[in-house]
Design a protein around this ligand. Sequence first.
Ligand code: GAP
Length: 463
Amino acid sequence: MSKTQEKDGDNVMESIISLCKRRGFIFQGSEIYGGLAGTWDYGPLGVALKNNIKKLWWKRFVDDRDDMYGVDAAILMNQKTWEASGHVGGFADPLVECSKCKHRFRADQLDAEATTKKKCPDCDGKLGETKSFNMMFKTHVGAGEDTASVSYLRPETAQGMFVNFKNIVDSFHPKLPFGLAQIGKAFRNEIAPRDFLFRAREFEQMEIEYFIKPPKDAKDSEWKKTFDNFVGEIKAFMADVGLDAKKVHELEVPDGERAHYSKHTIDFEFDWPFGRKELYGLAYRTDFDLKQHSDFSKVDLSYFDEDAKERFIPHCIEPSFGLDRTVLAVLCDAYREDDMGALDKEKVEKRIFLKLAPSVAPYKVAVFPLLKNKPELVKKAKEVFEMIKKEFSIKGVSGVTFDDNGNIGKRYRRQDEIGTPYCVTIDFDTLEKSAGVTVRDRDTGKQERVTEGELIDFLQNKL
Ligand code: GAP
């Protein structure tokens, strides 16, 4: 059993959060003021990791397809949007408050004892009645603070696509089936934000609204083909970012537990260190949203099928991905601890490393001079760095860094912790014997000598 498995879930999460802060991936939001619960700030490496994930998603679901249209809608939307979507009336969680310590809890997340005895888990005080708490962040647009100026920070990116359905149809005349895709921020005033990026109040989603013909009758299950196709695409995307398929489980959400708009939902659950919980969702939203927006806006959102000479409101299949949950899943899946003392000949008991897939790793290759106080080594290392930077890329991304901070052992440790798959070192043999450079493999710690002429091909083949 590895050391990672020996640690319990809380400890693993603590280690991951600590690594993220130490190495500049992710920080607590507004940290110098004591933080703001449910918000997280990405540092340079976190941004790089997140951008790599976004690029892979956009490539798979937009660029590589000819039936997908990208949009980037405004976060603030006309308040009627959220009446039509059902969020004003129903986007709520059950809230209970302790009469003694005033702590607030989600009623459906309390354990059996707290629920039956109405006892506060924090202070044993008496819990009050369960109330419905709307999770949308309310704000006012403009100088007035009357009801007409009310708006909300969007709780999902989806509605930005439904309200643009007509714009895309009118400007691009797409043939069904086709989809709109969007990556952007979403906001939910979660009662109990928790588990690092898992449940935040501000997060990013990557969503698709894919429009299909309505079923001919109740028995028509054509929609299922599109739905199943997206099951395959979601799995393929998880492989793109390097997630272990064995940690992902499909859960068909039963009647009564699905969102109000959905006729069929599959949750893709992930084995997080804190248990098995939702990573992504795939829902058959029927014609619910376009119908609602047609009714509320009085704008006709039907589609005219030129071939069949028919007019109808399309149905919609929605794959919905949490971007920050993807970042967290990738980090949790990649986190490793092992004993590298022997491998690196250093008296270090434990090595922490991120076994990131090269496709998402912030850096694919790091280049070092063996010693930073030897100008001839530094000069040569800079030359090799520039050469790799210019010529090496994975799908157009170079991701090469130069590192001469601290001693070589510390540099390996740092690059291991940020998940860099390969480290290239320039030593005296490189200069004096033209013996090439050493290339160290993050996962095994093994080093190979590679000639400068072969270096690009070597790295390109490995990655
Ligand atoms: N448009 C459908 C929709 O928003 P959802 O299941 O509420 O469905 C979709 O959210 C995805 O957004 C989730 O599967 C999850 O990945 C992510 N997500 C939802 N709430 C989140 C939160 N509070 N923090 C981080 N990610 C969240």
